[in-house]
Design a protein around this ligand. Structure first.
Ligand code: FAD
Length: 442
């Protein structure tokens, strides 16, 4: 069997395990006190918990995670356009949970940092010496009027939910021409490129299906730029112009009117500021507003905006020395992506293990590295890599990554998912920094 086939078979096996009821080691009787408690078993939580559990030994690390399924969400752009199957984006949580960690299958309801405890939704208290918060971002579906009840119906969809991502593919294929709208909110979101990637993929499909002439495509963003970093924004604008994709700035989706099939936008700037804009739609891909999770916002851990308030270099909490955070729920002022977490987790683990073992080794510092593979077609991509701190590109390869390429498309679609499952969430992938050095691009 080839390596690729064997990887595919093992993924299929693991995907099937999602429905398995076989008890795992994680289900056994659990203590209520741990060296480290990790809140969240997503991309960030697992990449940290794996290494810590391996280093600190059995039952020293607990991961509080309510979900039965772990998703590799970056694949949802490909799932939404029919280029990957949904099953390839998920694994049973029991299969990805580090073997030496204790999985506490519940949610954290509140934090008590002065007593070194977290309280679970079931009322139980868990105590810790060190806490790592990695609970992700909260998707606020209810903030768009009528979105929760219209999602997945009559052409309204979103790649931002496991429940609707397959509907995106279905609705793109069923589309017969008309008005297609794609939205991006003014709030912080995870993967700021994903709202437009699906537009490029849909446009390509409609062009190939011969219905492009009957189709008007509009992208509405609550922001004033198509992408934060000019080097990539300039290329994206050229693509939009060449492919007749109309970009509308400072417009935030506020309401969906399913009966008349209309989308209502708040205008946030310019002469029309404060007014609304109403457009008919035949296809509507929504990226909902997002924000800090409510249970973090209401806790002493949060900053004024609700994110876990950490030092942007060391990832240590600004008030509580034995607390760290990373990933989408953190206050780190960079673009929220799984790619960013690869660099953040290495820094966090270095600094936290230094605390535990009292080592005097150098404190590691995060430089804001993040990346967004901007898929622009079913065989090409712009691989944006940059620091959210400096606002400058931080590219890995010795070529201009702002140009559309097949090589970076293949890397993103076929190679990075394997790195994710086999290395990143196992704690052994620290991101591409060493390759940047190797290629001399650092
Ligand atoms: P998550 O992976 O979301 O995990 C958070 C975990 O915390 C979840 O398992 C959740 O159940 C758990 N949790 C929540 N509340 C609680 C609680 N109260 N108690 C305990 N646990 C809790 N990134 C890229 O790098 N490249 C891409 O191309 C890319 N594309 C994307 C496309 C889409 C459509 C989407 C949706 C995301 C994309 N991302 C991409 C972003 C990436 O998936 C996220 O940035 C990443 O998953 C964040 O990891 P996290 O661990 O912070 O949050």
């Amino acid at each position: 069997m080839s390596a690729r086939n064997s990887a595919f078979q093992s993924k299929r096996f693991l995907a099937q395990a999602v429905t398995s009821t076989t008890p795992k080691i994680h289900d056994q009787a659990k203590p209520s006190s741990y060296k480290v408690v990790v809140v969240g078993g997503g991309s960030a939580g697992l990449s940290v918990a794996s290494t810590l559990a391996e280093t600190l030994g059995n039952k020293s690390v607990a991961v509080v995670e309510p979900s039965d399924v772990h998703y590799y969400q970056p694949l949802w752009t490909f799932v939404g356009s029919g280029l990957k199957s949904f099953d390839e984006s998920k694994m049973a949580m029991s299969e990805v949970m580090p073997e030496k960690a204790q999985w506490i299958k519940d949610s954290v309801a509140s934090f008590n940092p002065t007593k070194n405890t977290v309280v679970l939704a079931n009322g139980e208290s868990i105590s810790y010496d060190y806490l790592v918060v990695a609970a992700g971002i909260q998707v606020n579906w209810g903030k768009i009027k009528n979105l929760p009840e219209t999602l997945g119906k009559n052409g309204v969809t979103s790649n931002y939910s496991a429940q609707s991502v397959q509907k995106t593919d279905e609705f793109i294929k069923a589309f017969k021409g008309g008005n297609a709208l794609f939205t991006m909110p003014s709030t912080p979101i995870k993967c700021a490129g994903a709202p437009q990637k699906i537009m490029y993929l849909a446009e390509e499909q409609w062009r190939k299906a011969g219905i492009r002439d009957q189709t008007k495509i509009n992208y509405f963003t609550g922001l004033g730029k198509i992408f934060a970093i000019d080097k990539y924004a300039n290329e994206l604008l050229k693509i939009c112009k060449a492919r007749n994709l109309n970009i509308n700035y400072f417009t935030d989706l506020a309401e969906i009117r399913p009966d008349s099939r209309e989308a209502v936008f708040n205008v946030l700037a310019g002469e029309a500021k404060g007014t609304t804009l109403t457009l008919p739609y035949d296809f509507l891909h929504v990226t909902p507003p997002m924000g800090a999770p409510d249970f973090i916002k209401a806790s002493p851990l949060s900053n004024a905006d609700g994110w876990v308030d950490i030092d942007k270099e060391t990832l240590r909490h600004n008030k509580f020395n034995n607390i760290y955070a990373l990933g989408d729920c953190s206050s780190l002022p960079t673009s929220k992506t799984a790619a960013a977490i690869t660099a953040q987790s290495a820094v966090l683990k270095n600094n936290l293990l230094g605390d535990i073992f009292g080592e005097s080794k150098e404190v590691a510092k995060y430089d804001g590295y993040t990346s967004c593979p901007l898929v622009t077609g079913s065989d090409k991509l712009i691989l944006a890599e940059f620091s959210g701190y400096s606002g400058q590109p931080q590219e890995t390869f010795p070529f201009d990554q702002s140009k559309e390429r097949f090589s970076t498309y293949f890397l993103t679609k076929e190679i990075i998912p394997d790195i994710y499952w086999r290395a990143m969430i196992k704690g052994t992938w620290d991101g591409p920094a060493k390759y940047r050095k190797f290629f001399g691009s650092a």
